[in-house]
Design a protein around this ligand. Structure first.
Ligand code: ZN
Length: 166
């Protein structure tokens, strides 16, 4: 993804109130390898149930807040992350809800989805599954996964923004 700054992140958030924005904790960006990311995702270190995803939809930078479910998934259960399609056991995967934008959000409506708990899908699609050691995946496979991830991310953001899903 093209590099972004903290100011750009704050301005990009589409489903947060002024109050949410004041409480948001930004991630450190100095070590971010932008070329190896479909989106910037992080959990809020001071508000542990909250997480954020920021990505480019064409020339538009979109930021989404998500909240992890209050009750974690039972140990031993697994689920597939809706963005990177990696199957992971709890607690590495978690159910999140994203408040919808506009009037829908004011009425308390949300979009629910399973996501990697650390929102580090970009990292995950670039390494081999654990059983074959943490070697880099073949480039073609990463490209395919990367395109799929970006499509699903855009569709997720469209559901949050109450737009038709492609
Ligand atoms: Zn994921």
């Amino acid at each position: 993804m093209r590099p972004i700054t903290p100011d750009m992140i704050s301005r990009s958030m589409v489903n947060m109130t002024e109050g949410d924005l004041r409480l948001m904790t930004l991630p450190g960006l100095h070590e971010t390898v932008w070329d190896e990311r479909e989106f910037l995702g992080w959990r809020d270190v001071h508000h542990s149930t909250k997480g954020y995803l920021v990505f480019w939809a064409g020339d538009e930078l979109l930021g989404l807040m998500v909240r992890a479910a209050q009750s974690p998934m039972p140990a031993g259960q697994s689920a597939i992350c809706a963005l990177c399609h990696t199957q992971q056991p709890a607690p590495q995967v978690s159910l999140f809800t994203a408040p919808k934008t506009g009037d829908e959000g004011i009425r308390g409506n949300t979009v629910g989805t399973y996501l990697c708990a650390d929102l580090a899908c970009s990292l995950l699609i670039r390494i081999q599954p654990a059983e074959s050691e943490n070697l880099p995946r073949p480039e073609k496979l990463v490209t395919k996964k990367s395109l799929g991830l970006r499509d699903r991310l855009e569709n997720f953001s469209r559901r949050v923004r109450c737009l038709d899903v492609a």
